[in-house]
Design a protein around this ligand. Structure first.
Ligand SMILES: [Zn+2]
Length: 217
């Protein structure tokens, strides 16, 4: 899943052409014949290709993967960058008795939330990635949600201005406070495991989770 801000930037660039008819095609591809796009109406596209529109406007896509795909079925209420994003629904999902780092990447609740946003929001909220949502306080979960939305919107704004977004924990060896950062792959059993960075000092395990380790030894 690409990160939401990258998808949004792409969307803003191409959206002026949505609803227009392709009058001429160019480019080359082994996978799809560009000429097959001629006379079609532009609705959505992720290809390498040149599409010309009436009025002289054109879109060129380089080094992209091409494929026909069904229209995306994403509810705006699940889209972290939408005004319609339903925070109550997302908070409810975070309260599940599973590590919050699993829930954050669940696109059914957090569409557009990728691995970078996951790591950065957890660090900023001071939450250990394996903390169970059911054991976190409402204020911690709300803080996490605020960081998800804030980091994503700031990242989108930077992208639109052509600026790099600097991360604090993702792919770092030290956190901004100078502590050694831990790195491990986490994910639901049998599902995709994603690299996760966290600071054991800024993001400690919950006190209620500690005794389990002592009892099992
Ligand atoms: Zn730290």
């Amino acid at each position: 899943m690409p990160e939401g801000p990258s998808v949004r930037r792409f969307h803003r660039l191409v959206s002026p052409f949505v609803g227009q008819k392709v009058v001429k095609t160019g480019g080359s591809s082994k996978k799809l014949n560009p000429a097959s796009f001629q006379s079609l109406w532009f609705q959505d596209v992720q290809v390498r290709l040149v599409l010309h529109f009436n009025g002289g406007g054109f879109l060129a896509f380089y080094s992209c993967q091409m494929s026909w795909s069904p229209p995306p079925e994403v509810e705006p209420t699940c889209d972290i960058l939408s005004d319609k994003f339903h925070r109550g629904q997302a908070l409810e999902a975070l309260r599940q008795a599973q590590p919050v780092c699993y829930t954050l990447l669940d696109q059914r609740y957090f569409s557009g939330l990728g691995n970078i946003i996951k790591n950065e929001a957890l660090y900023r909220a001071g939450i250990h990635p394996l903390s169970l949502g059911s054991l976190l306080s409402s204020s911690s979960l709300e803080a996490l949600m605020n960081h998800v939305v804030e980091f994503s919107s700031d990242w989108l704004r930077d992208k639109l201005q052509g600026k790099e977004r600097h991360t604090q924990i993702y792919n770092k060896e030290q956190c901004p406070s100078g502590h050694q950062v831990m790195k491990e792959s986490f994910g639901p059993p049998g599902r995709l495991q994603r690299l996760t960075w966290w600071c054991p000092q800024c993001q400690p395990r919950l006190p209620s989770e500690e005794p389990k380790n002592l009892l099992s030894s």
